[in-house]
Design a protein around this ligand. Structure first.
Ligand code: Q9C
Ligand code: ZN
Length: 342
């Protein structure tokens, strides 16, 4: 399988993640992609090719143009306000305040557009987030022109990013942008299968009232886990999208036997939908050694489910999402891809 990547992703070098009341070194670090790329070369998965620029139009087909402007200018606005640390939201529109206007002040803007405080914006964020989208769209181009599967080694991840919100380490929703681009290029139905440990709240929201993009997610029940306020099984879509959003919420500590039974159910639903393209939001934070996940998958389990995904026999685009056990992230992510190719 071919991999697509772009070194501009390494421009995101945040030094601060708000966690447990402290600023820690961010879990979503540049070394994550180095480990995956090293493993791809080690096992000979296939070539790693560069990404081509796709511009802002495909991003604006999914995200609010004012939000895109905000991500572009947030760091400069923050610096202009005289702040020396990284840009972190500290105040939010909440129940019984207003959210029908965007404040002009940078602190107000940050809270308006942030869905969580752990994710800081810094000098390289805009360029890296755009590169991540270009990777996804270049990998999509390959799937569409050849029918072969492809891997977009995206970073930063995307599935928490909504129409006009960033957070959970995500800025632009790579999978949603690729799904929309595939629709515009002629695919009738696209399925997004999100296997990251966390619920893909952003992807769900973007397609919630649509039946042309099916969103299916396996994740830790949000009652117990980030993103906390979305991802329950009774969220099934709205209007024309009713029935086209499927949340498989699993308890903390879920092991592979339970997880893979749920994956089989999810894949059977995708098969019934008969999509022209399957986009896999590939988070490997389901690994037993993940520092923020609680699931119990071992490295061989990733190979096993990669093989099962190939059984769907659909054009497939893999896009990297989460996974924070840096020492094993390459083994686990590449096991899925190698299992698929087997
Ligand atoms: N102190 C993705 O996997 N909360 N994002 C972490 C630990 C944020 C995960 C709490 C988790 C975001 C793409
Ligand atoms: Zn995750």
């Amino acid at each position: 399988m071919l991999t697509f990547h772009d070194h501009r992703t390494q421009n995101r070098r945040s030094t601060s993640e708000l966690a447990g009341g402290e600023l820690i070194a961010p879990l979503e670090c540049p070394e994550r992609v180095d480990m995956i790329a090293d493993r791809i070369r080690e096992v000979g998965l296939g070539d790693i090719r560069g990404a081509t620029m796709h511009g802002l139009e495909p991003i604006a087909a999914v995200h609010d143009p004012a939000y895109i402007d905000f991500i572009e200018n947030a760091w400069a606005d923050w610096r202009a306000a005289g702040y020396t640390g990284e840009a972190i939201a500290t105040v939010w529109p909440t129940r019984r305040t207003r959210s029908d206007f965007v404040p002009q002040n940078i602190d107000g803007k940050l809270g308006y557009y942030a869905l969580a405080a752990e994710t800081a914006i810094e000098a390289g964020t805009w360029e890296a987030a755009r590169a991540s989208v270009d990777i996804a769209l270049t990998a999509l181009d390959h799937v569409q022109t050849t029918g072969e599967a492809a891997f977009g080694l995206c970073r930063p991840p995307g599935h928490h990013a909504a129409f006009d919100q960033y957070g959970g380490y995500c800025f632009f929703n790579n999978a949603a942008i690729a799904a929309q681009a595939a629709r515009e290029a002629g695919a009738s139905r696209v399925a997004i299968l999100d296997v990251d440990y966390h619920h893909g709240n952003g992807t769900q929201q973007i397609f919630y009232d649509r039946d042309d993009v099916l969103f299916v997610s396996l994740h830790c029940d949000p009652v117990h886990e980030f993103p906390h306020y979305l991802g329950r099984p009774d969220e099934r879509g709205a209007g024309a999208g009713e029935g086209y959003n499927r949340n498989h919420a699993l308890p903390p500590g879920t092991d592979y036997t339970t997880w893979v039974a749920e994956l089989e159910a999810a894949m059977s639903g995708i098969d019934d939908y008969d999509p022209d393209l399957v986009i896999v939001s590939l988070g490997v934070d389901t690994f037993e050694g993940d520092p923020i996940g609680s699931f119990k998958l071992v490295s061989d389990d990733f190979t096993d489910y990669g093989r099962r995904l190939a059984g769907m026999k659909r054009p497939t685009l893999f896009l990297m999402e989460g996974g924070y056990a840096v020492a094993e992230i390459g083994i686990n992510a590449v096991n899925v891809l190698a299992g698929f190719d087997r």
